[in-house]
Design a protein around this ligand. Sequence first.
Ligand code: ZN
Ligand code: ZN
Length: 249
Amino acid sequence: MFLLKLFPVRGEKYYNIHRTQRAILYTPDREPAGERMKITIISDNTVYTKGLKSEWGFSALVERENMPTILFDTGADGSVLLYNMKKLHIRPGNISAVFISHTHWDHIGGLESFLNINNDVTLYLPEVYAPKTGIKETVICAEPAEIYTDVFSTGLLENGEQSLIVNTDKGLVVIAGCSHPGVRNILNVSAKFGKVSALIGGLHGFDEFEVIKDLDLVCPTHCTQHKQRIRQIYPEISIEGGAGKVIEI
Ligand SMILES: [Zn+2]
Ligand SMILES: [Zn+2]
C-alpha cells in the first residue's frame, strides 16, 4: 500500500519541493516484507575493504527488491564518495533516490558531486535544504511516512535528523546517520511500522545499551563512541562497519 501523500509547499512549488504527511496507518504487527536487502557502506570513518578511502562521514547504498536504489547520505567529501563508489562498482546513474539523514557536513558533503553526475533523483530531506544543482524532486520528510512500499522515514526527529526504515523478510532494518535524536527515540518511532530487527549506522554517544537487546543485528559505525562496549555486550549480533562492508539481510 502506498501511503505517502505529497503536498506542495507554498512558495517552494517552483523548486518541486513537497512535504510528507504523517502516514496514517501505524501497523506494529506488520508482516515482514519477504524481500532480501543489501547495504553497502560506501563512506565511513574506518575502512573495511582494503583499497577504499576512509573519512569522517557516512554514506551507504541501500538496495532491496521492489524498491528504487537509495543512496543514504553522501559522506563528507565528494571525491571520497565517488572514488569509493567506483572501487565498489556502484554506478551513480543506477541510483534513483538520495535520502539525507541530516544536513551535517559529514553527511551532505558529497551531495553536490553526486548530483553533478546524476540529478535525476528524488531527494528525501528532513528539513529544507537546497542543493546548488537542480534536482528532479525534493521531498521534505516532516512526519513519519511510507516513502515507497514497505520503506519508511521516521520523519524529522529532534536535532534535525530522520532515519530510513526498510522492511525485509527479517523485519525492519533501521539505518541511522548519527542518531542525534537518540537511539531509543529512533527505535520507538520505527517500531510503529513493525518489528525492528536491525540497526545500522552512526550511534553517536549511545550508551543505553539495553535498548538494543531485542535486535538481531547491530552495526555501530561512523561516529559511534562505544563500539567496543556494544561488541562486548552483544557479541552475537554486533558486526563491524567501515567503507566496503556489505551487509546482506
Ligand atoms: Zn555524522
Ligand atoms: Zn551528525
